[in-house]
Structure formats: C-alpha cells, structure tokens
Design a protein around this ligand. Structure first.
Ligand SMILES: Nc1ncnc2c1ncn2[C@@H]1O[C@H](COP(=O)(O)OP(=O)(O)OP(=O)(O)O)[C@@H](O)[C@H]1O
Length: 327
C-alpha cells in the first residue's frame, strides 16, 4: 500500500496499524470525526483469496448491526478503491491493550464485561446463521467505557451458503484442525480460549509451531480455570471449560456463556431480540466462499461482487433492536 493513497471524503493522518491484509489509517471524515480506515495492501489486491477476504470483511461489516460488533461506516469491497471505514479505537485491539496494563490483564469485572459483549456479538451472528471464524483478542476492540466490539469479519460466512473453515492456530477448534466445516460451536471454542486468556491470565494450550498447537488442541485438556483464578465464579469456569470440549455438540452456546457472564456481574440476563433475521439473511446473501487462510485452496469461482459503497450512517442500516427483557 503506497502511503499517498487518497479516499474521497476522508483526510488521512497517519498509519496506526498493519495486518496481513490491510493498512489501517487514522483519518477524519467530512464532519471531522476520527475514524479508522482499512485499506487493502497491494499484495491483498493481487491475490484473489486475500482480495476476497478483504471484500468479505467490507460487505459483512456494513451488513451486520449489533452494539458489540465493530460497525462499518462506509466502504468499497473490491478494486483499487477498496476501503473500509470503522470507528477508531484509541487503545487498539485488546491484544495490544493487555500488555500495557500494569497486571497484564483486565480486572475481573472488566474482563467479564468484555467477554459478555463478545458472547453477545456471537449470539447475534449465530442467530443470523453466520459464523465469525476468527474470535481472538486481536479482533476485539474496547472503547473508553470498557465496552467491547468484535471486529474482522473477513473470514465470516453464512453457514447455509457454505464457506471455508479457517481460524488462528491458538484459537482454532479441533474440528477445524481436522479440516471439517466450522460452526457456531467452533466460535464458542475460540471464545473459550479467549475466556481462559482474560480470566485465567494465560492461554490453555501452548506450542511453537502449528503442529504442536494442533496436537495440543486435539489431545490435551486445559487446567481447571479455577486453579488459575479462584475468583472466577464456578458457573463461568465450568462454561469456559465446556467451551473447550473436543466435540462441538458438547459445547455450550454463546448465549449460555453470555448469560453466565452477566450473572457473574450481578445482572439478570435479558433475552436478545433481533428484528426479522430471515429478511436480513435473504436481503443480501454474501459470496464468502473459500475464504480460509488455513484451508485448502478455492475451487469455486467467487460470485461477481456487487458495488457496495455504503452511505455513512444512512439511518436505514440499524436492523438490530435493543435488548428487550422477556419474562
Ligand atoms: N478500528 C481500529 N482502531 C484502532 N486501531 C485499529 C483499528 N483497526 C485496526 N487497528 C490497528 O491496526 C492493526 C491491523 O488491523 P487488522 O489486524 O484488523 O488488519 P487486517 O490486515 O485487516 O487483519 P488480518 O491481519 O487478520 O488480515 C491492528 O492490530 C490494530 O493495531
């Protein structure tokens, strides 16, 4: 990515991050509001799988609306003008925030809150029939109020439409290591690893290579979370351990984890209610096949991308309704 890139409507200030796919700029929009602009790296545009991944992130980020998913303000999924505008989180990703904290970890109530927010985002995605596939602290952003948003939808897809299983080796479920299709339960496994990291202070499995990590995820069992942090409630610890079950159907749902985390915070969990999810799914099917970073190469031609520069804060995009409490 050349650093002289211009994006109409934005003033680019400085580069704040660089991932495998994109360069991230601090920018201001026409109203002088700070935003983060993700712009694909030149190599991303050259490699079809990487370009599809960026395009998928743009399309799904603009599509989904939930208070704990990083929202998309505007974007163009494909081509030399591709970009994605999202909120700027001054503290960076959670993985970057943790080492800056004196204890290297969040105080328990803040960790429970962040995890409850991520579990809430997953509950929403799973309710929509989608899987995230890359849940990890590198993809969680925490705002100044301590509320978390899950980002990086580049690997996400609707299960009904099919997609390529993928993930990050420290967080990837046994079935994905086996090359099987990922499901909501695979996301729950990655959430379980993240729970260990935030509540226990360390990841449950270690390894220096992909193979070592694969062996650990497939054959080992985690230490009891309470032995790492006795302050965690029994119910939350039990669910974190169950989230790491080797068999997907033995794992709890993201919603069960969300409820346990909120209960541990002393709150009465409300049901999450969403507006017309079927209409949403049918409204804009996503050609997100064969997007994986660890799976076999695509044999499927991607569908023709639709132009998708979304108006910023159009007012029509909020399909999510606030949590409602049900008896
Ligand atoms: N909204 C944001 N606010 C502040 N910093 C951000 C934001 N988005 C990304 N960053 C910074 O930019 C870095 C790279 O972003 P990210 O990891 O999303 O890049 P990517 O190339 O899209 O992802 P991947 O490496 O998974 O392909 C992050 O680690 C973080 O430091």
């Amino acid at each position: 990515m050349s650093e002289d890139r211009t994006i109409p409507g934005y003033t680019l200030h400085r580069v704040i991050g660089r991932g495998n796919t994109s360069l991230v700029w601090l920018a201001t929009d026409a109203r002088k509001k700070e935003v983060a602009l993700k712009v694909p790296l030149p190599e991303t545009l050259r490699v079809q799988e990487a370009a599809e991944r960026f395009g998928n992130e743009v399309r799904l980020t603009l599509k989904f609306r939930h208070p704990h998913l990083v929202p998309g303000y505007a974007g163009t999924p494909f081509g030399p003008k591709a970009f994605l505008a999202i909120p700027y989180y001054s503290r960076g990703a959670l993985s970057e925030l943790l080492p800056q904290l004196p204890s290297g970890t969040l105080p328990l109530p803040e960790a429970l809150r962040v995890l409850a927010d991520v579990a809430s985002a997953l509950t929403y995605l799973h309710h929509q029939g989608a899987v995230h596939q890359d849940v990890k602290p590198q993809n969680v952003y925490v705002d100044e109020q301590g509320r978390a948003a899950l980002g990086d939808l580049g690997s996400a897809y609707f299960t009904a439409q099919g997609g390529q299983a993928s993930g990050s080796p420290f967080y990837m479920s046994p079935e994905v290591y086996h090359g099987e299709t990922s499901s909501a339960a695979s996301d729950v496994y990655s959430l379980g690893i993240t729970m260990y990291e935030l509540l226990g202070g360390e990841r449950p499995y270690h390894g220096n290579t992909y193979e070592e990590l694969m062996v650990a995820h497939l054959t080992r069992f985690p230490a009891p979370l309470l032995s790492l942090n006795p302050k965690v409630s029994r119910r939350v610890a039990r669910l974190a351990e169950l989230a790491l079950a080797k068999r997907p159907h033995d794992r709890p749902t993201a919603d069960a984890i969300r409820r346990a985390l909120l209960s541990a915070l002393g709150e009465t969990p409300a049901d999450e209610v969403y507006e017309d999810p079927d209409q949403e799914k049918e409204a804009a099917p996503v050609p997100a096949r064969q997007m994986g970073r660890h799976g076999p190469q695509s044999e499927t031609r991607p569908q023709t991308p639709e132009p998708a520069t979304a108006p910023e804060a159009s007012g029509k995009e909020s399909r999510w309704s606030l949590f409602k409490r049900r008896k």
